[in-house]
Design a protein around this ligand. Structure first.
Ligand code: UD1
Length: 361
């Protein structure tokens, strides 16, 4: 059997690209199963093209639904796929519903599982991602960690040490590999953006699902827009509530469609600051040296605070924190997390090739 990558949602695509590339260089036999969790052209296809990902061998077309309905469709679709393909190894990424579903199906079929981005913990079980992360790690034969504290979390949860590999951050591999393509001037011109702006993204259920919370958030985002123009590419999840709360009823707010990877990171690179509830963006701003205000009570990526540009803020702290960051005009970006050096993909591929070489045929 081949190595099967299971990809479903936007951040998965960014993390998988360097792993697939490194395994290709090692002449591994690979297949890509797209679950179809994300299906809009701007949430999926554009990433495959920009990142040089191979066309998926199959798309299960699972689509959206409640957690139970979506996960059930994922389990059924993936079981059929794994049964017919008999993979030598299934690789799952991050913390989305496609991740836990694939790990669970593979474990029940006695197919080994590798989890890329293992061991992250927010210790907040109200986040669906935290449930997905914890369970996926328990089911994984190989756990690839991006940071030392992730290794500690896995050890405390009883994951045998020989399963855990600190390899660095594949999302940063993709970032560094594309650095010369992030042309902020072009993106500014194409989207009519001002010279100086704050870039915002908001899509966490806790921030956008309840209309009252979304409305409160919009008031604070307008407060930021009073300080500097606010550019916000809108994820489909929060779109209706944020717009219903009047997000674009402010002259300084520029609402955009979701951007492709290259345009998005170019916009981030040129931003005076970032306001977000995304996980990956906390990491990307750390490497780009852009100040990041994360509108969440916790983060599964504390290394972006201790070794990066990130800071957690509550709703009430957002505007004062933005004012401070904009007045300072810079942030201390001298420290970077260890191993976030663009070589995580090759490290992961080395471990996988050795692991598969040791398996009885
Ligand atoms: C998912 C992940 C989240 C991740 C995010 C990145 C889970 C539990 N959550 O959240 O961790 O940060 O992806 O983007 O897996 N929709 C579209 N078009 C699409 C995809 C979604 O319109 O291509 C809309 C649908 O209305 C859907 C909603 O967005 O109901 C939510 O999509 P879903 O995949 O369930 O979760 P995300 O919020 O995208």
């Amino acid at each position: 059997g081949s190595i099967v990558h299971v990809l479903g949602a936007r951040p998965n695509f960014v993390k998988a690209a360097p792993v697939i590339g490194a395994l290709r260089a090692a002449n591994a036999e690979q297949a890509v199963v797209h679950t179809g969790q994300h299906y809009d052209e701007r949430m999926s296809e554009i990433f495959f093209h920009e990142l040089g990902l191979p066309e998926p061998d199959v798309n299960l077309g699972v689509g959206s639904g409640s957690h139970a309905a979506q996960t059930a469709a994922l389990l059924t679709g993936l079981e059929g796929e794994f049964t017919s393909r008999s993979p030598a190894l299934v690789i799952v990424y991050g913390d989305v519903n496609s991740t836990i579903a694939a790990a669970l199906v593979a474990a029940k079929l006695h197919i080994p599982v590798a989890h890329v981005e293992a061991g992250l913990r927010s210790f907040d079980m109200t986040m669906p991602e935290e449930v997905n992360r914890r369970l996926t790690d328990q089911l994984s034969d190989l756990c690839f960690a991006t940071s030392p504290e992730a290794v500690g979390h896995l050890a405390r949860e009883g994951v045998p040490v020989e399963r855990v590999h600190l390899v660095g951050n594949p999302m940063i591999d993709t970032l560094l590999a594309n650095l010369d393509k992030f042309d902020t001037a072009r993106v500014r011109a194409e989207h009519g953006l001002p010279e100086r702006y704050v870039l915002a993204t908001m899509h966490r259920p806790a921030n956008v699902d309840a209309p009252e919370t979304a409305a409160a958030l919009v008031r604070h985002l307008h407060g930021v827009a009073d300080l500097a123009d606010l550019v916000i590419p809108v994820h489909p999840r929060g779109r209706a509530n944020l717009l219903a709360a009047g997000l674009d009823d402010h002259p300084g707010v520029h609402v955009l469609e979701p951007l492709g990877y290259i345009d998005f990171v170019a916009a981030v690179r040129g931003a005076a600051a970032v306001v977000t509830d995304s996980g990956g963006l906390q990491e990307e701003t750390t490497i780009l040296g852009v100040p990041c205000l994360t509108v969440r009570p916790n983060t599964e990526r504390p290394i972006t605070i201790t070794h990066g540009t990130n800071r957690l803020v509550g709703f009430e702290e957002l505007v004062p924190a933005a004012r401070k960051v904009l007045e300072a005009g810079h942030v201390d970006a001298s420290r970077k997390p260890p191993l976030w050096d663009g070589q995580a993909g090759p490290r992961i591929a080395d471990v996988i090739m050795e692991y598969l070489g040791d398996q009885p045929a």
